[in-house]
Design a protein around this ligand. Sequence first.
Ligand code: CU
Length: 103
Amino acid sequence: MRFVAIIIAAQLAFVAAASADEITVGQAGKAFNPGDLQVKVGDSVKFNNDDTVTHAVLVKGPHESNLGQIKPGDAKAVSFDQTGTYDVKCAIHPKMKLTITVQ
Ligand SMILES: [Cu+2]
């Protein structure tokens, strides 16, 4: 009986780990790619800087994050634990915009 309980606990842990995804957003040509994105609560979004210039990612919405500067070739990630619509901008290049919908 104790053995069965351990197996069930292990399966639940696996399901929890598998349900949160990491979605990658690229930054090249001073633009986010894609320009809008839908994710699930608990997912994280990783911002890759594929550009030749530094970007600085600001996330505004139900939960706000300032990822700070991301140099070319670097990446930073943020997780989304609250539903809602988030506006993502680059603090250096105001024309860079991304909308993330968290469901
Ligand atoms: Cu930028």
